[in-house]
Design a protein around this ligand. Structure first.
Ligand SMILES: Cc1ncc(COP(=O)(O)O)c(C=O)c1O
Length: 387
């Protein structure tokens, strides 16, 4: 494609933004620039590239692309979602405070609580589904509000625009981890957020073959700081992984549509199954966050959590799945099924899991792109043998 795709539709941007034909050869696909350094034309003159920790054309293409999809000013790609989050947290200085939605990804909780608190940062963990709780937790020293919506595995939905209003009124920034819905279904910057975080490991890459993360900044100031920390701390995404994520994003829209169609079938099946005590999915009309999610996103995503009553029943079911893979992670073409209490959320202390309502009987599915009939048959046989 020739020209600037920024005004075009989502899929057109996903396929073209940041990816003009290669200037040297016309290659339609951005090459993997597998180099550590770049030759200068003469002392004091180079082509804009000096050293690959600082700039790499494959990584830049991905950064421009994700930023265009989220509607940001700049994107910054890192070696993992956690590396992106580590860089993000350098916005805070010793003595400052962040309000965090209580049921964020377990690794985020571990990093904030067990690492960053050692450096004099303070965190309040709140039920962000009610903006009044965010408001009540704000302090003089609060510089950040950090939310995920919907959360994992409890599928709690928080109001992005309300959180942005509260954060800004108190001189803080709003950060949204948008990993679960992707910019195809939800664009937090349009709702007032200042920074978006992604684990590209999930839906953006979409094929379970790369670990990575991205920060998208709305302001020039944040973008400059992220680029500075990226080159200073150095946890950059490799050229090959950047290529994989770029390739994954080209099919994001069609994948998300199919993810959602399959998820609706799975949710319907689980909701009618006698061994399933409850199903958590924001797409269900009786889900407490249903109306809000309908307002602030254009879909409900591909994650569903259900409760089979206890650890033994969950284990019996999980040990029997055949088409679904018992594995952590989410957002890949293959359906992944997991036991949050002992897998993704094992680093969250039991008392906190109990207070959140994250039970030992909960199972989470990241619904993939297989034939829905095969997924339903797999659930049927696994539940039949679960006692
Ligand atoms: C919502 C969310 N944010 C961040 C991360 C961390 O990303 P990564 O595993 O790529 O470091 C994860 C990982 O599961 C996640 O689910």
């Amino acid at each position: 494609m020739k020209g600037d795709p920024t005004d075009l539709g989502f899929s057109t941007r996903a396929i073209h933004a940041g990816q003009p034909p290669d200037p040297l050869t016309g290659a339609v696909t951005v090459p993997i620039y597998q180099t550590s350094t770049y030759v200068h034309d003469e002392l004091g003159r180079h082509k804009g590239f000096e050293y690959a920790r600082v700039q790499n054309p494959t990584r830049s293409a991905l950064e421009t692309n994700v930023s265009a999809l989220e509607g940001g000013r700049s994107g910054h790609a890192f070696a993992s979602g956690m590396a992106a989050i580590s860089t993000l947290m350098t916005l805070l200085e010793t003595g400052e405070h962040a309000v965090v939605s209580r049921n964020v990804y377990g690794g985020t909780y571990r990093f904030f609580h067990q690492v960053l608190e050692r450096y004099g940062l303070a965190f309040s963990w709140v039920d962000a589904t009610d903006p009044a709780n965010v408001e009540a937790a704000m302090r003089e020293t609060t510089r950040m509000v950090y939310i995920e919506t919907p959360t994992n595995p409890l599928m709690e939905v928080s109001d992005i625009a309300a959180a942005a209003e509260i954060a800004h009124r108190h001189g803080a920034v709003l950060v949204v981890d948008n990993t679960f819905l992707s910019p195809y279904l939800q664009r937090p910057l349009e709702l007032g957020a200042d920074v978006v975080v992604h684990s590209t490991t999930k839906f953006l890459n979409g094929h379970s073959d790369s670990i990575g993360g991205v920060l998208v900044a709305r302001s020039e100031e944040h973008g400059e700081w992220f680029a500075f920390v990226q080159k200073s701390a150095g946890a950059v995404l490799s050229p090959f992984d950047s290529f994989l994520v770029l390739r994954g994003i080209k099919t994001l829209a069609v994948r998300m549509d199919r993810h959602e169609t399959n998820t609706r079938r799975v949710v319907e099946f689980l909701s009618g199954h006698p061994k399933v005590r409850s199903v958590l999915y924001p797409g269900l009309p009786d889900h407490p966050g249903h109306a809000l999610q309908q307002r602030q996103a254009s879909g409900f995503g591909a994650l569903v959590t259900f409760d089979v009553g206890g650890y033994d029943a969950a284990k019996a079911m999980l040990d029997r799945v055949r088409v679904m893979s018992l594995a952590e992670s989410l957002g890949g073409v293959e359906t992944l099924i997991s036991h949050p209490a002992s897998m993704t959320h094992a680093s969250v202390p039991r008392e906190m899991r109990d207070s959140l309502g994250l039970t030992d009987g909960m199972i989470r599915i990241s619904v993939g792109l297989e034939d829905a009939e095969d997924l339903l048959a797999d659930l049927e046989q696994a539940l039949a043998g679960s006692g």
